[in-house]
Design a protein around this ligand. Structure first.
Ligand SMILES: NC(=O)c1ccc[n+]([C@@H]2O[C@H](COP(=O)([O-])OP(=O)(O)OC[C@H]3O[C@@H](n4cnc5c(N)ncnc54)[C@H](OP(=O)(O)O)[C@@H]3O)[C@@H](O)[C@H]2O)c1
Length: 300
């Protein structure tokens, strides 16, 4: 097996943390990065003798990204990484029309611009690794989501960020292929991690008392619980990442789990208006359930 040097962003929790330990346990040299120093120290301790090192990296801070890229170059004696996993991200929840611009900006800043800035900073290392005659092709894994393929109401900001990740990855895949760098999308379905609780918490930053969506806010816990009940363990994503990193000819996208393809197919095959009606009924996005005054009700 070829040992890869892999850098993962957002490795202090959830999918990134699991993937860092999983890939290090397979013998790869892993740079697990994150912005929370205490969580990085905990991860380092848990990794024990595995080939895992931690580096501080906040994907929204240009200075932090630059320092991390320099640090990795230094620790690898100028060799750099051959795989970059852009995983850091979070899901801002709430009706799009009520999301403050500052929150939308922060969502895109982390999930989209942060991913791009980290990619740009590590590209020189990836290019020089890819240019080595004996080295395997360098790889960038961008963690998108099934939410980059289909859209659910109340998650518009997050979907916008993941659709952007999909589009940027599709462009980059063709732009970097001639340079010997594969760009691969990892598309998790619902996965057990901190993600769900953090999305739930984000609603409190959006919520207002006088909102027409008050009944939805009131049921946020129930909506969240229903989605959590259908979630999978993070190992399913770690295994997809491992395949994407080690297989000779990686696919452009890895759904994790693969069975979420059925949901994507349903969204593509059924008329959009049918899907809309179903989603609104399930989520309570109807005039009656939003408790709109009769004068404001319009048939959907
Ligand atoms: N869980 C799911 O159901 C699911 C489904 C589809 C896609 N995804 C995607 O999978 C990725 C990982 O999510 P997760 O489920 O593992 O969530 P998580 O448990 O909340 O972990 C998110 C990680 O991203 C880090 N992060 C956030 N902002 C950061 C920043 N500015 N700089 C560096 N790190 C930052 C967090 O660090 P802090 O602790 O410092 O915030 C944490 O380590 C995300 O891109 C998410 O969109 C998740």
């Amino acid at each position: 097996m070829t040992i890869r040097t892999i850098l993962i962003t957002g490795a202090t929790a959830g999918i990134g943390r699991h993937a860092a330990l999983h890939l290090a346990a397979r013998g790869h040299r892993v740079f697990a990065t994150g912005r929370n120093l205490a969580a990085l120290a905990e991860l380092q301790a848990e990794a024990g003798r595995l080939p895992l090192e931690t580096v501080q990296l906040d994907v929204t801070s240009p200075a932090s990204i630059r320092a991390a890229a320099d640090e990795v170059l230094h620790r690898t004696a100028g060799r750099g990484v051959d795989v970059l996993v852009n995983n850091a991200g979070y899901g801002l929840a709430g009706p799009l029309a009520e999301i403050p611009l500052s929150e939308l900006r922060a969502q895109l800043e982390t999930n989209v611009l942060g991913l791009h800035a980290v990619t740009a900073a590590f590209l020189p290392q990836l290019r020089s690794r890819a240019a080595e005659p004996e080295a395997p092709r360098a790889r960038i894994l961008n963690v998108s989501s099934i939410g980059g393929r289909v859209t659910f109401p109340l998650f518009g900001a997050y979907h916008a960020s993941k659709y952007a990740v999909e589009a940027m990855s599709d462009a980059l895949r063709n732009e970097l292929a001639p340079l010997g760098i594969d760009v691969i999308l990892i598309e998790p379905g619902p996965i057990r991690s901190e993600f769900s609780a953090r999305s739930r918490a984000s609603i409190e930053r959006v919520r207002t008392e006088e909102s027409v969506y008050a009944p939805i806010y009131a049921r946020a816990d129930a909506i969240q619980a229903r989605s959590d009940a259908q979630s999978f363990g993070p190992e399913i994503v770690s295994r997809a990442m491992e395949r994407a990193i080690t297989t000779r000819r990686p696919r452009a996208r890895y759904l994790a789990p693969a069975r979420t393809l059925a949901l994507i197919a349903l969204f593509k095959l059924l008329p959009t208006r049918w899907i809309d009606r179903l989603l609104r009924a399930v989520l309570g996005l109807t005039p009656a359930r939003l408790a709109l005054p009769a004068s404001q009700r319009r048939p959907a």
